[in-house]
Write a protein that binds this ligand. Structure first.
Ligand code: HEC
Length: 446
């Protein structure tokens, strides 16, 4: 890892920046991406990791203050839209959408990426920093979807989150989990993530009037392509889903996190197409008392479970049918119908002793049949936590407070370190000689 300051910033720097020279301080701490066309073949905007993490805990943005004063239980939609629009502010470029969410200039001080997501076959591509995510099975998104593919996504944190990432990655060659595992993320942390798909309107009608990006993705994820090809190609991807996480101490059920998701609905025809992201719902706990099993993997309608007290779902007739999560807990279009946002994210810890979903655990816990009650082994993934420093496997791992990217960054870094040192670490053989779990949204490493 090299960090070299070639020239100190001078008054001239600002002028040069305006002309497009990004910075005189060259900072090579973290690679930006892992998969990219050669510079000869690509002339568009290149993804740059936003990693000038604040060294002091920043003051809360007044807009976040406002969000933290909206009652997320009684005014959930207002809350969700306020978070969405806070992340949109000054980040959308309607003239050239390829420049949306690139966090240059002032915005680079406000929004931050987690490093070490470039690593591995599913790591960040170089156009927009998209990582390959979990599978989108046939009919998961719409009854007309005949092609199974994968989602591609990029996430980012506001300054409160950026501070925490910086505490973890202060030393790029030696990450440190003590801050996050003891304190968790600070109040007012906002995280957002956009998920894209190669599918278009013909497969998924709600992707009409799309928000598209150019991306460098696996050819086999493109409808109609050769399913065995391991090649990446440039293609258009369409915005499908937006996820949010807000650290809000009023959410006492599960570590002070509120999770929310939006599904793209082109039928809304907003002038700014990013606003076609329609709220699906919020969750602030896992409803651990509700043990009945149910799932709706190929949705033709959204099934709302009125018994849930810690999930709220949009009952607006205009929302495209959603599969949601296990027994209708919150999950988005690209998520597994037998999980939930908070279920999966509660496993964020290092080392990843337990799988992100019960059936990916070692030993696996099978999905209980619809209409039956789940046992305690399954319900371990639907617990609530009342304390920021409780790990999913208490006493055996350090929590990263629901941030799966942060735990994944450590895991990827360890993987890399083991590979360059041509050795292994004992921590990779954590339980009974079994390897730790790979932290991914379900897509196996290719
Ligand atoms: C099957 C497991 C799983 C489910 C279900 C899931 N996520 Fe995630 N999520 C992940 C993983 C793994 C990552 C980290 C790697 C990545 O970005 O793909 C992640 C990343 C994120 C991030 C970026 C911040 C971070 O570092 O954790 C946000 C925000 C997020 N998810 C929100 C949500 C929301 C909201 C839902 C529910 C609508 C949800 N997730 C459901 C697995 C899941």
């Amino acid at each position: 890892m090299i960090k070299s300051t070639l020239l100190a910033a001078t008054a001239a720097t600002g002028a040069l920046c305006a002309q497009g020279i990004p910075s005189l301080e060259l900072n090579y701490d973290f690679p930006d991406f892992g998969a990219m066309l050669s510079a000869d073949d690509y002339h568009g905007p290149v993804f740059k990791l936003s990693h000038d993490y604040p060294k002091e805990l920043p003051k809360l943005d007044p807009e976040v203050d406002k969000i933290l004063n909206i009652d997320f239980k009684t005014k959930w939609k207002e809350y969700a839209i306020a978070v969405r629009d806070y992340t949109f502010k000054d980040n959308i470029n309607l003239k050239d959408n390829e420049l949306s969410f690139t966090f240059s200039g002032e915005q680079a001080q406000k929004w931050f990426h987690v490093p070490w997501q470039h690593w591995g076959a599913n790591g960040r591509e170089g156009f927009h920093g998209l990582t390959k995510e979990g599978p989108l099975n046939e009919k998961q998104i719409a009854p007309t979807q005949t092609f199974a593919t994968s989602a591609y996504a990029v996430g980012f944190y506001n300054a409160q989150g950026g501070y925490t990432i910086g505490q973890t990655w202060q030393n790029p060659s030696s990450p440190d989990l003590s801050y996050v595992s003891e304190n968790g993320f600070p109040e007012g942390t906002v995280v957002a993530k956009f998920l894209f798909t190669t599918l278009g309107e013909d497969q998924v009608p709600q992707l009409a009037n799309p928000v598209s990006w150019n991306a460098y993705v696996y050819k086999k994820d493109i409808p109609g392509s050769d399913a065995n090809s391991n090649e990446r190609v440039q293609t258009k991807v369409q915005l499908l889903q937006m996820d949010i996480m807000v650290k809000d101490s009023r959410a006492t059920e599960a570590n002070g996190w509120v999770f929310g998701t939006f599904a793209y609905n082109g039928a809304l025809k907003h002038e700014n197409p990013w606003k076609n992201l329609q709220p699906v719902g919020l969750m602030w706990g896992n409803d651990p008392e509700i043990t009945l099993s149910n799932s709706n993997p190929e949705p033709t309608k959204t099934i709302i479970n009125d018994k849930l007290k810690e999930t709220v779902i949009n009952d607006d007739a205009s929302l495209p049918a959603q599969h949601l999560g296990w027994n209708s807990r919150l999950n988005g279009p690209a998520d597994n119908p037998s999980s939930s946002c908070m279920s999966c994210h509660s496993t964020a810890q290092f080392p990843a002793i337990s799988g992100i979903m019960p059936f990916l655990n070692n030993p696996p816990v099978e999905i209980p049949a619809d209409g039956t009650d789940a046992g305690a082994d399954w319900m371990r993934w639907f617990r609530n936590f009342d304390d920021s420093n409780t790990a999913f496997d208490p006493g055996r791992a350090l929590t990263t407070d629901f941030s799966l990217q942060l735990s994944k960054s450590i895991q990827n870094f360890l993987d890399y370190s083991a590979s360059i040192q041509q050795g292994n670490y004992a921590i990779e053989y954590w339980i009974d000689g079994k390897a730790v779990h790979s932290i991914s949204r379900g897509a196996p490493q290719e």
